[in-house]
Each structure stands twice: as C-alpha cells, then as structure tokens.
Design a protein around this ligand. Sequence first.
Ligand SMILES: [Zn+2]
Length: 183
Amino acid sequence: MKQKHWPVPNSQNDQLPLPGQAGSFWEDRGDRRHAGVDIYAPAGSEVVATEDGVVLDVSIFTSPERLPYWNTTYCVLLQNAEGMVFRYAEMGDVTVKKGDRVAAGQVLGHVGTVLDLNKIDHRSPAYIQRLKHSGSPSMLHFEMYRTPPSTQEKYLGGNFFSPDKPDDLLDPLPYLQSMRDQT
Ligand SMILES: [Zn+2]
C-alpha cells in the first residue's frame, strides 16, 4: 500500500485530540458538533495531501462577513481514488485549484488563523471563548467523508448544527492515527 503523508509536517504535537477533548471529532459544543479533527500548528505551516487525489473544490471557509470574530480562511476538498473526500480547512492560503491532480505529500497551502482574538467577547460561543484563552488558535481542521459531502445546510465553519451525524461523515481519528504509526 502506498505511503500516506501526515497533513501538517510541522505540527506542534503528536497528540491528536482524543474523543471528548477539545478539537476531537464530533465534540459536543453545545448547539453544534465538531465535524473533524483539529491539528494544531503555527500559522504558515505547510499543509500537504495525505494521499493522491483530485481537487474537487477550493472555497472560502470562514470570513468576517459571516461572523465578526472570523478571519478569512480557505478550504480544499480532495477526493482519493476510492472516492473518499477530505476537507482541509482553516487554511490561510491555497496553492492548488479545482480540477488539479495532486500527489501524496504535495503542498496544498498553509495553516491559517480563523479567530480574530480581538473580536471575541462574552457574546461569542463558549467553546470559542475557551479557544481564545488557550492561546492556540491556529490549526488545520481536517474532515473525512465517504463520498462528496451532500447535506451541508446544517454545516458552518467546521461544525454541524445537529446532534445527528450525517451518514457520509467519517471519524478521521483512526485514519490519522494509522498514519502516525507509519512514520
Ligand atoms: Zn475544527
């Protein structure tokens, strides 16, 4: 089997958030659930494709026009040969475009910073206020889907506003853990 690549070669820690921890998959954030896994890394760190694929889409992920405490970040949807789709999100810039074929390990862009700390206040969601106080707001937000994500109407900024997990959404933790074991 072909070697897979850890998506943020420069990530600060080897500890993926485990179930229940901040930044873990399907973390309960009160009115919303976390759709992926957060990999903390300094802003500007390279983000690479975990495996070969085709870029399905590049789009704006967060922006101050949507929420005042958001900076503008981008996301890349990448589909592998088996049809699975990976969302690389909270990126400060993207170096690929829709339709590109990318190889495992190829740079897709760089880690961005979603939260504008100066604009977070008591009206912001509690988990956002906790992130502000933890002082580590930059990360790659990584999601996995069985097929291209379809039901996104309850989705915003890496969270689903529903207690029901979409059928096509996968827990990226085993995938990422198996990759760490390889390297
Ligand atoms: Zn996240």
